[in-house]
Design a protein around this ligand. Sequence first.
Ligand code: HXC
Length: 257
Amino acid sequence: MGYETIRVEKRGKVGLITLDRPKALNALNAQLISELSAALDSFETDDRIGCIVLTGSEKAFAAGADIKEMQPFDYPKSYMSDLITPWERVSTNRKPIIAAVAGYALGGGCELAMMCDFILAADTAKFGQPEITLGTMPGSGGTQRLTRFVGKSKAMEMCLTGRMMDAQEAERSGLVSRVVPADDLLEEAMKAAEKIADFSLPVVMMTKESVNRAYETTLAEGIRFERRLFHATFGTEDQSEGMTAFIEKRAPQFRNK
Ligand code: HXC
């Protein structure tokens, strides 16, 4: 499929998606979200892909939803067109997605990064929810996910004032997993993705599902859910191979079964 707003590559077992609307700082318009969904669908159903990296440019991961596209909307139009709902495809993808963020991740851009499974940040990254400055509010999970990641006080301050946080603050507050020099961002993200893609894919997917359950349920239910999946890993050839390889002091050869 030919894409106009993203670039899509397969690098071994890793699917790499680069947001590519440089003139608009990767502002997320309907076409981009639709193309991103299609690319994610194709990676999800591709048995050879074990992990996905989503990135932007040096200057911007994404400067938000496309303000020029949204500006003429009224309430019926935003409701009837189900504005934003198509974005959920990112958070429902069953394979791991790493957000590699350099530069601005604002509004919908910050929300898009938070829909991924973890965020690796360049030291140039800046995160923020500036929707309040436009007379609106976060609409793609910002008030919910940011609050879970960084706690109420910081999330409230960011959403109410539109203040941006830099990469160091984002790491300190738990929004990003790691900060790396900007020049190394893609390489570090690819290294992490390749590592994940070499593990057992079903077990990787179960692990993702189980961590995500922590955001949706009580501790007791989450622990029970985890136990069921843990037991299920013993139904895979890869668990047998992984433990046998450890005992035989050799590297495991996972077959993703
Ligand atoms: C549409 C955008 C855009 C956006 C930047 N551009 N952000 N276009 N939607 N979100 C465009 C600008 O209009 C400009 O194009 C070009 O990108 C370069 O931007 P500049 O402002 O000239 O760059 P700079 O001075 O470096 O400032 C960078 C910036 C600023 C601080 C990131 O662009 C900015 O504040 N952008 C808006 C950030 C924002 O408010 N995001 C939240 C959006 S609402 P032209 O052709 O005009 O020169 C949102 C709602 C989410 O995300 C709700 C659910 C998804």
